[in-house]
Write a protein that binds this ligand. Structure first.
Ligand code: ACO
Length: 325
């Protein structure tokens, strides 16, 4: 008997060149470097250039992931782009990525679960691979979140940034007795009753416009740690592991205090937690693959390690994925 698994073959990332520091933000709104660092742990964020779209960021990350996997776009038959900031209302940014990669084959679609988008996309790609609908998936989290910000609202504009991260997932058959690898378990959740705690006040069907991010910060904070830890425990349970078995915790990089709170509640040593929020800020669906790419590139995450991805975001949506690297 063999076991079908989705293995991560390569990781890639892209951050726009322009860096916006807290000191620069303090010239735009009534805030300070000290307030931002103390409340959310952010020092700087990257901002996409004029004319640089989400699909451009996504393609740059995708190319790096393909190179890391030793593959070309020819090898891919599924593209999922997790994003809240597609280039156009339609078509999906994923089809633009497909075009820019020179592909005419396979399928491509966007997945909208805001900050949880990448974790949702990993679980979705895993299902497609498991069911034989595809054999190699390019899974991207990409955002130009800066385009949704009200740059006069200090409560939100200091929190977010732009970027993209990508992974290549491949379906493999693991023989009996061979070391288990790949996505071991995922758990996804949502509760739309919380929609107005974190949302964008525009859209094609309501205002016919784009709108800006609106957030009840303390309410989001109040829900975050509990929901994150619940779904992490569910995922571990499904796979028959405990927190002590984890080598790495790669959380959504929303806010240092949420990450520290979740890590402490789970009883995780801080050195097992990957943190990039200080340099990237909250890049929504891009935050988990960006953090992942940093920890893979610097050699922390190695083959055989047990890695927990986790995210929570607007909706609310939340989820986790456990991967044997
Ligand atoms: N600079 C200076 N002061 C600020 C800023 C700022 N950038 N933003 C808000 N303030 C002020 C407020 O105006 C308020 O002032 P007041 O008392 O004079 O009215 C004061 O700080 C406290 O405001 P609160 O909103 O109560 O601040 P709080 O301590 O809750 O911190 C924060 C706000 C950091 C947003 C916090 O609620 C939080 O971390 N929430 C989670 C939000 C989050 O991470 N969202 C990301 C998306 S969700 C996700 O991805 C999980």
């Amino acid at each position: 008997m063999t076991k079908t698994r989705s293995i991560i073959r390569g990781v890639g990332a892209y951050l726009p060149e322009k860096i916006l520091t807290n000191a620069e933000l303090a010239k735009m709104v009534d805030t300070s470097d000290e307030w931002i660092q103390q409340r959310v742990g952010i020092k700087e964020r990257h901002i996409a250039a004029e004319g640089q779209f989400t699909s451009d960021l996504a393609v740059a990350a995708a190319q790096q992931a393909l190179d890391a996997a030793g593959m070309t776009p020819h090898d891919i038959d599924l593209i999922i782009v997790a994003t809240t900031t597609p280039d156009y209302t339609f078509p999906a940014a994923a089809t633009l990525v497909q075009m820019k990669l020179g592909m005419h084959h396979g399928m491509a679609f966007d997945l909208q679960a805001v900050c949880s988008g990448f974790v949702y996309a990993v679980a979705t790609a895993d299902s497609y691979l498991q069911n034989g609908l595809a054999s190699r998936a390019l899974v991207i989290g990409a955002e130009t979140f800066s385009r949704l910000l009200d740059w006069t609202d200090r409560g939100t504009c200091v929190l977010f940034g732009d970027g993209a991260g990508a992974v290549i997932m491949e379906r493999v058959e693991i023989a009996d007795g061979a070391p288990d690898r790949g996505v071991l378990a995922s758990a996804l959740r949502s509760d739309g009753h919380h929609w107005d705690k974190l949302y964008v006040d525009g859209g094609p069907s309501s205002t016919k416009g784009v709108g800006h991010v609106r957030m009840q910060g303390p309410e989001v904070f109040r829900h975050a740690v509990g929901k994150i830890t619940d779904v992490v425990y569910d995922t571990l349970d499904k796979a028959g592991y405990t927190v002590d078995d984890l080598d790495w915790f790669v959380p959504h990089q929303a806010n240092r205090r949420i990450i520290d709170g979740a890590g402490a509640k789970l009883g995780l040593p801080p050195e097992k937690v990957v943190i990039t929020v200080d340099r990237h800020a909250n890049t929504s669906a891009a935050s988990v693959p960006l953090a992942l790419s940093v920890a893979v590139a610097d050699g922390r995450i190695k083959e055989g390690d047990l890695v927990m991805l986790e995210a929570m975001g607007g909706g609310f949506t939340w989820g986790a994925s456990l991967i044997r690297w």
